[in-house]
Write a protein that binds this ligand. Structure first.
Ligand code: ZN
Length: 80
């Protein structure tokens, strides 16, 4: 998340007022947006489709070969 957004959220929380219409939309639809994202994830998981792209996922995981590799690199970096 960018610093600008973080600052806007902080401003929103302290003033209880939306600094702009984008944030207003986000907060008013937050639950629905998150739910939507979650259901897409589970749908893809169920169908064996990579959750990052629309390629076929490797059996047992939620990523395709390409994104599995990317995730491995990411995890490696995160541990270092
Ligand atoms: Zn993928």
């Amino acid at each position: 998340m960018s610093m600008v957004i973080k600052r806007l959220i902080k401003a929103f929380k302290s003033k209880k007022k939306y600094p702009n219409r984008f944030l207003k939309f986000y907060h008013e639809n937050k639950k629905r947006l998150l739910k939507q994202r979650k259901s897409t994830y589970h749908l893809k998981q169920k169908k064996g489709i990579c959750v990052r792209c629309n390629d076929l996922a490797v059996k047992g995981i939620v990523f395709c070969k390409y994104h599995q590799q990317k995730q491995k690199l990411y995890n490696k970096k995160a541990r270092e």
